[in-house]
Write a protein that binds this ligand. Structure first.
Ligand SMILES: NC(=O)c1ccc[n+]([C@@H]2O[C@H](COP(=O)([O-])OP(=O)(O)OC[C@H]3O[C@@H](n4cnc5c(N)ncnc54)[C@H](O)[C@@H]3O)[C@@H](O)[C@H]2O)c1
Length: 411
């Protein structure tokens, strides 16, 4: 076994990315401090409550009981060198430009407690050059700590994915110098499946942005195919299935009402920002974003035409409003835009989602057969569609997922 270089770990941000890391490191034997500025989140974690599908209540309670992990709203002021991992949100602002308020504030808090010879790792997704040009200078302008190492190890977690997790997904790592790289590899090799080191942080940052941009662009392409297929009256899914029989050079993507979550609609904006700073217009990214963002309106128009051109007063129920099945995250969910579109067109929209209690004052209601139309948007595995089936409700399956719920795919 490789000798461990640090004993303490502080994870800044206890969300979908930070919490699984904190728990895995605590299980591997690090003394872990899970720090978050949200007192509500920390209170919940202390009670074992989390919306991270990978983590169980028992795990949280046991690790706390054994003092392997401590959840706190105050960044700990340790006397010993530590690893400090940044896992805070990096959204886009209203102009779709990076909003680095939380990343900046995390750096300032870290600077206040940094001890000589510590290692700072960034896991938050950000523009190319963030570690070198923002994190390091911000911390160093405020801290007197000496010999600090800096590395980047972008997280690729797909919350709710039971096949690919932290233990079998390769981790890309780069340090600002050889020592930083060595320390980061030493840490992640304890619980990451495979380590892939790259020559400099900019490559790791770019790889993270590019892999999610690849998805965004391909989803936009298949959404455009769906628009063409609808106009020309052939099936998109059958076409993709046929194209996918080619054993090389093709990868299937499926149409949907758009992209959601904190990654696919957001990360390409960071790549476009990097490109713009370098004097290049990211045409593909901007176009893909335009196509995907237009989908709720496109789908509303298609539903209207399916209902003989009139949505006014129609009772429509949506099954699942989170951005993907089996998780509770509604950030950037295109279902929310579809609801708005349908309401503006005069429909009376209700929704059922076992993971969301209420959204903007509207509550989740049980699936009902008393509707003019049911829409399968995010088919969580626990949703039982039998009530719609038994009552022969008119249903459109708008989901990108490959399961067949008994109704033909609409997109
Ligand atoms: N969610 C994903 O599937 C996913 C996957 C890979 C990478 N990422 C990236 O990881 C980063 C974190 O995303 P997330 O989904 O975990 O976000 P999240 O919203 O689930 O969690 C982030 C947490 O950070 C806390 N926070 C904000 N500012 C803070 C500060 N200054 N100090 C301490 N805590 C602070 C928030 O209260 C929140 O609890 C983002 O950059 C995201 O792009 C997310």
């Amino acid at each position: 076994m490789v000798e461990r270089l640090f004993n303490n770990l502080i994870v800044v941000g206890q969300g979908y990315v930070g919490l699984p890391l904190a728990v895995n490191a605590a299980k591997s034997g690090y003394k872990v401090y899970g720090f978050d500025i949200s007192s509500e989140k920390i209170q919940e974690l202390k009670l074992g409550i989390t919306n991270s599908p990978e983590i169980t209540k028992n795990e949280l309670l046991d690790l706390q009981k054994q003092k392997k992990i401590e959840f706190t709203t105050t960044i700990p002021n340790l006397s010993e060198k530590s690893i400090i991992v940044i896992a805070v949100p990096t959204p886009l602002n209203v102009e779709r430009k990076p909003d680095l308020y939380m990343l900046n504030s995390a750096c300032k808090l870290i600077a206040g407690v940094l001890v000589d010879q510590s290692l700072v790792v960034n896991e938050s997704t950000s523009y190319i050059g963030t570690l070198r040009n923002l994190i390091k200078p911000t911390i160093e302008s405020l801290s007197l700590a000496k010999n600090i190492s800096y590395a980047v190890a972008p997280e690729r977690i797909d919350p709710g994915n039971t096949k690919w997790g932290m233990h079998n997904t390769p981790r890309i790592i780069a340090g600002l110098d050889d020592l930083s790289m060595k320390q980061a590899v030493n840490f992640y090799s304890e619980f990451a499946g495979q380590i892939h080191t790259v020559s400099k942080p900019e490559v790791a940052e770019a790889a993270k942005l590019f892999e999610n941009t690849f998805r965004q662009v391909n989803i936009a392409l298949v959404n455009e195919l769906s628009i063409v297929a609808n106009m020309m009256d052939f099936s998109t899914h059958e076409t993709i299935g046929a194209a996918a029989t080619k054993p090389f050079g093709f990868m299937p993507f499926f149409p949907s009402i758009g992209v959601g979550g904190h990654c696919i609609p957001v990360d390409p904006g960071y790549l476009a920002f990097s490109a713009e700073n370098a004097g290049v217009e990211a045409r593909f990214i901007n176009l893909a974003n335009e196509v995907n963002s237009s989908m709720p309106a496109v789908v509303r128009a298609r539903i209207k035409s399916y209902l003989n051109g009139d949505l006014n007063g129609k009772q429509i129920q949506i099954a699942g409003i989170t951005y993907k099945p089996d998780i509770s995250d509604i950030r950037e969910s295109p279902a929310l835009d579809l609801i708005k579109e349908l309401k503006i067109a005069g429909a009376a929209v209700s929704w059922h989602d076992p993971f969301v209690k209420d959204y903007e004052g509207q509550q989740s209601v049980a699936l009902t057969s008393e509707v003019d139309l049911g829409l399968i948007v995010t088919p969580h595995s626990q949703i039982d569609f039998s009530i719609w089936k038994k009552a022969n409700v008119k249903v459109l399956d708008l989901s990108a997922n490959s399961n067949n719920y008994g109704w033909p795919k609409f997109l």
